[in-house]
Design a protein around this ligand. Structure first.
Ligand code: LLP
Length: 432
């Protein structure tokens, strides 16, 4: 019935998460509130680790793409599950360092890293930079030279595969702001240059082919293209690229129609492809990195809102207006993202009313979902929106000077605050 088995309905007819009544969470912590089930997050982390163990002899590591939800507790959970971390800014790196995340397992992404961020990451002694462009390559080498260090790097490549087209392949993918294109010879030149820099140690290549992907084939194709490139570079420059990072993008279930495949299927198929391609090209098997973000945290989270008003415009639509909206979840406004929702205190009732869920922000596009069937809504009801564990808190803003909601984590059947609610004082904290 729901997108994850951490949800249920109790004898009062209320929605539960991790066995805890959502109406009690709202009463205790207020609304809006993000709620996460820790067990589900940990289970997902283990699925990725186990799939690498089962299908690839443990010769790899999942990195948690922390852009999906960056906070200290999530970094601690990822660390305790033995995952590495993908960070994409000085802020995400700082969060990880404050959480005590092992620096050698941190990979630093980004297509426009600043000098300050690069220096900070070098000082933190992070494991690896994923270098996006030539300017970054030059600057990183210079900074490492100034600091008298040598840095492991990978190069971000564009394999020419777009997972969102039907045949998965589209040569025009060179028009992306991320990485070096293989087909134009740009990637080849980047390898050549990287090998010339004495403060950089080129250990491998990276690609990321998209997000919310439900098929395995594009990952297999990407692996194939990347291994061919690695083999070409070995033949041409005698360089052994020992790490292959295949990025993230594994799809999750937002709505009942979404059918994500079991995550271990990716590794099962991709391992086969990698083994075959390596055999054909005479390469040793590379260490494989994956970067799941959404699929580790997305389905583990919901947002609870209080319904402040119900507005029926005869012959047009019924608006259900909440105490949150695009400030805590901008994804419908940005991408018309699909979400499912129920009235948490009427979860066992039939869904009989078609509604548009709107928020409290001064913007007509401040919607969470349109034309969704939910239970008969009334002012004061509690609305639960599913699948908000990824790219909600991390993309939230203070538009209209609304404080951002807290994150409450259900651990062993009990709620605990892992990010506290912002206050009005926080809102003016940086004001002079
Ligand atoms: N690795 C790289 C290099 C990435 O660019 C991304 C996501 C990931 C890993 C993680 O992808 P995931 O497994 O979470 O799909 N704000 C958008 C998503 C942007 C994703 C950007 N890159 C959304 O809300 O849907």
């Amino acid at each position: 019935m729901f997108n994850s088995d951490c949800f249920n309905i109790n004898e009062k007819g209320n929605l539960t998460i991790g066995g805890y009544d959502t109406t009690e969470i709202a009463a205790e912590f207020g609304t809006p509130v993000y709620v996460m089930d820790e067990e589900t997050v940990r289970k997902n982390c283990r699925l990725y680790k186990q799939s690498i163990d089962n299908y690839y002899g443990g010769n790899g590591l999942p990195l948690y793409a922390s852009k999906a939800l960056s906070c200290k507790e999530m970094c601690r959970i990822a660390a305790s599950e033995g995952l590495g971390l993908d960070v994409v800014s000085g802020g995400e790196l700082y969060t990880a360092m404050e959480a005590g995340f092992p620096a050698d397992k941190i990979y630093f992404h980004g297509n426009s890293k600043t000098r300050e961020e690069i220096e900070y990451a070098v000082d933190c002694k992070i494991g690896c930079f994923v270098v996006d462009n030539i300017d970054e390559l030059i600057l990183l080498n210079k900074i490492c030279d100034e600091k008298g260090t040598k840095q492991d790097i990978m190069l971000r490549l564009k394999p020419g595969i777009d997972a969102h087209t039907h045949d998965f392949i589209r040569t025009g993918q060179i028009d992306s702001k991320f990485g070096f294109a293989i087909e134009t010879g740009e990637a080849d030149q980047a390898v050549k240059k990287a090998l010339e820099y004495k403060n950089l140690n080129l250990v491998g290549v990276h690609c990321h082919i998209g997000s919310q992907i439900f098929e395995v084939e594009p990952f297999e194709l990407a692996a194939q293209v990347m291994i061919n490139f690695m083999a070409d570079m070995k033949e041409k420059y005698h360089v052994v690229l020992s790490r292959l990072n295949l990025g993230g993008g594994f799809g999750i279930k937002y709505i009942p129609e979404n059918k994500p495949i079991k995550y271990d299927k990716y590794m099962e198929k991709v391992s086969e492809t990698v083994r075959k391609a390596c055999e054909e090209r005479g390469l040793d098997l590379p260490y494989i990195l994956l970067e799941p973000g959404r699929s580790l945290v997305g389905e583990a989270g919901i947002t609870l809102y209080r319904i402040c008003s119900v507005k029926t415009i005869p012959g047009v639509r019924t608006y259900v207006l909440t105490d949150g909206g695009m400030g805590d979840n901008p994804r419908y406004a940005l991408y018309q993202a699909e979400y499912d929702a129920v009235i948490a205190n009427k979860a066992s009732e039939e869904r009989t009313v078609k509604v548009t869920i709107g928020g409290r922000y001064c913007e007509s596009g401040d919607l969470i979902q349109e034309n969704l069937m939910i239970q008969q809504p009334e002012t004061g009801d509690l609305l639960a929106v599913f699948g908000t564990g990824a790219y909600n808190y991390s993309m939230a803003s203070n538009y209209n000077r609304v404080p951002r909601p807290p994150i409450v984590m259900i651990t062993d059947g009990k709620p605990r605050v892992i990010v506290r609610r912002e206050t009005y004082a926080d809102i003016v904290n940086c004001d002079i």
